[in-house]
Design a binder for this molecule. Structure first.
Ligand code: COA
Ligand code: ZN
Length: 313
């Protein structure tokens, strides 16, 4: 497939408040979460996955989702999707004033049965009325295909399998499908195989996003591979936290600061301010009581005019 000119705007889809926090043992207060969300919007992020309306026992860190969404001051032009696993979650999201949702299944039954206690087929049956109702409400809808690059319980996953699940999800009515490398094992040839499979299946590439974890250091290589074949939406977590408690071995998401540095240096338009991301990254690292260990979090950005780092505390 021919490389395309990197001309169109890239969407940076922030998952720090949801994926970033869901696996963190340190309880984070509602006020701290609201401040983190505010700093992320200050940094120019316009898609911020805010929380999850899942069973509180499954993800205790996000058990305050109702209060968070009810009190979160909405920033004009910013979308705040929330994770929803079933109609019970949708009802909570609606009551709390959400307007965008993400449902989540996976490429493997071995993962979904542990994460959401359903097979992939059962998850699609569960999501059908959720997505139909969200569509009636005029909400933006995303669907995740987790373990699209490999499963912690069943091993290798083919691109065909991941694309097949994506097609079935899209058939339920979605604005976007997101392929997740839940445990960070993916490499560029897999990215290209998924994109080629999606194109062959007739999925418009502007409906395709990728969600990489940097567990083995391949996340940015995967972003570059996806960009070269026309993908323009990437998930990332400011501060680089993240991982699913039901995916043993998952380390942090691709850090937003690392992604934004790359996009800036290539000269791609995205609307996010690196210094602002670094402020939010330091804020949440402090709240978690951890050093900021992301690459750009430590090194800062770089001013080509002076040769000096930028955005460091
Ligand atoms: N919000 C709040 N509570 C919920 C809920 C929701 N969306 N869905 C189910 N529950 C509650 C039920 O009321 C029930 O409570 P009870 O025991 O007090 O009666 C309990 O959870 C079990 O309900 P059930 O429908 O049998 O769910 P389950 O045990 O089969 O679990 C999920 C299914 C999907 C609800 C659960 O596995 C889950 O929330 N998983 C999310 C995991 C996740 O977020 N992973 C990280 C993202 S990758
Ligand atoms: Zn993730």
């Amino acid at each position: 497939m021919a490389d395309r000119p990197p001309s169109e705007r890239v969407r940076v889809y922030e998952v720090g408040p949801r994926d970033g926090l869901q696996n963190e043992p340190t309880p984070i207060s509602l006020a701290t979460k609201l401040r983190y969300l505010e700093l992320l919007a200050d940094a120019g992020l316009t898609e911020i996955e805010a929380t999850s309306f899942v069973a509180p026992a499954a993800i205790p860190q996000l058990a305050d989702a109702d209060e968070l969404m009810a009190t979160l001051p909405r920033r004009p032009g910013v979308r705040y999707p929330v994770l929803v696993p079933n109609l019970q979650g949708l009802a909570r999201a609606e009551a709390a004033g959400a307007e965008a949702i993400a449902v989540f299944t996976a490429a493997t039954d071995a993962f979904t049965t542990r994460n959401i206690r359903m097979t992939v087929d059962e998850s699609l049956t569960t999501f059908a009325p959720v997505l139909a109702r969200a569509g009636e409400l005029g909400w933006w809808r995303r669907g995740y295909v987790s373990t699209a690059f490999g499963c912690p319980y069943s091993g290798a996953v083919s691109a065909e399998r991941a694309v097949d699940v994506a097609m079935r999800l899209l058939g339920l009515g979605l604005e976007e499908v997101c392929f997740g490398d839940t445990i960070g094992v993916g490499v560029p040839p897999q990215v290209r195989a998924i994109v080629a499979g999606a194109e062959d299946a007739g999925i418009p590439l502007d409906k395709v996003a990728f969600h990489f974890h940097d567990t083995r250091g391949t996340a940015l290589a995967n972003v570059a591979a996806a960009m070269s074949v026309g993908i323009r939406c990437f998930d990332s977590s400011t501060g680089g936290a993240g991982g699913c408690p039901y995916a043993p071995g998952a380390a942090g998401n691709l850090a937003t600061e690392d992604l934004v540095y790359l996009l800036d240096a290539i000269g791609l338009e995205h609307g996010v301010d690196l210094d602002g991301v670094l402020r939010a990254a330091r804020f949440i690292a402090d709240a978690l009581g951890k050093p900021l260990t992301t690459k750009v979090g430590q090194a800062g950005g770089w001013d080509a005019a002076t040769g000096q780092p930028t955005g460091r505390a």
